[in-house]
Design a protein around this ligand. Structure first.
Ligand code: F3S
Length: 56
């Protein structure tokens, strides 16, 4: 998973739904947690309101 830092508005939906996969960084934006198991988080791509998350 990858979060486009330019697109993310820090809404927090990804981190609250998938706290094992995303965290909010010091800039107030989401970043993927390195090494986390993303197998259950495929639908997170669709919940970001600004489509900042991609499966790369
Ligand atoms: Fe940012 Fe989208 Fe998550 S706006 S905080 S990547 S749901």
């Amino acid at each position: 998973m990858k979060v486009d830092q330019k697109k993310c508005i820090g809404c927090g939906a990804c981190a609250s739904l998938y706290p094992d996969n995303f965290k909010i960084n010091k800039d107030g934006k989401a970043e993927p947690i390195v090494g986390s198991d993303n197998s259950d988080a495929a639908d997170v791509i669709g919940i970001c309101p600004v489509s900042a998350i991609s499966n790369e």
